[in-house]
Design a protein around this ligand. Sequence first.
Ligand code: OGA
Ligand code: ZN
Length: 370
Amino acid sequence: MSLTFTAGADSLDLRWADGTSGTFPYIWLRDTDPSGFHPQTGERVFELSSVPLDIAPVSVEQSGTNVLITWPGADEPSLFDLDWLKTHRPGQRRADAADIARTLWRSELGGDGVPRHDGSGIMTSDAALADWLADTKRFGLSIVTGLADHTDAGVDVARRVGHLRETNFGLTFEVVSKPDPNNLAYTSVALPLHTDLTNQELPPGYQFLHCLANEAQGGGSTFCDGAAVAEDLRSRDPEAFEVLSTISVPFRFQDETTDIRSRKAVITLDSDGNVSEVCFNAHIADLVDLESDQMVPFYRAYRLFMEMTRSADYGIALKLSGGEMVVFDNRRVLHGRGSFDPSTGFRHLHGCYVDRGELDSRVRVLARAV
Ligand code: OGA
Ligand code: ZN
């Protein structure tokens, strides 16, 4: 392997034969020495504070496909594989099988366009599980079909993904019209498009709603891709986008035993400026407590976002049947339902949540096998 390297005052420059180059600060090389990681757990055991920030090597030499770096006071030199250094050169993010690009969608997707995956395949085949999870990440929405007619069937699929996220509504919850509801979902009224539990410090990631019966008149489901709405708002009305991504407002849920509150912006951006999260729930929005002069700009932007979610450009509609389970990223895709008349038939959904990190972990572990 033809390689050139230059040991500077505070970093090592490497240039590979193919022209790839990297500047590796010595403090990073010292901290990243492979022998500083536990051989079984892979966790870092090197104690960073044991070396000075301006550490510099005594010598750097190439040895076959490795580079050997001798540090002052260290018993052994650091041995780095040159290919490994090339892959992990500064500025390169670690490859991530869970980094699956989103497909933003609008009303053209239609209820029939929602990816559908067979539940028994997901339960028995890792390849089918991986395919379904990839689609669910792309669209933030999928439907699992062919589930058995008992409440465990949907939960078993969710557990195949990861640990359930328990909330004040339980490890799982029954969406049925109840005589003494503590939540509008447990009535028969319409629920406009929303995301769940925006009052939580971390709203749950993926929501699983397994339909066991949907025989009443009404009760259809609606969905919209909040990330598509937010991205379109960014170009359509940058001022409204700025307001919704910077001003946070309070959300609150309370009943006999809980009073759970959190402040959230409607739109959260990641460190690259992409929309990473949407938080929208008019029912549990608490009193808007902004300064007087922020109110009208906030309400203008908030109403615009609300109108966009409800417009014909973004929403899709479908009616879940018994044996189907809708799965969606609750921090991206808004969901809603039409009112229903409980006197005309039974409607029963069984729900649970699994956080985003759990799902991503499953995607990565499944990708190890291929
Ligand atoms: C919910 C909800 C939708 C429905 O339980 O959070 O929004 O279809 N339910 O009943
Ligand atoms: Zn909901």
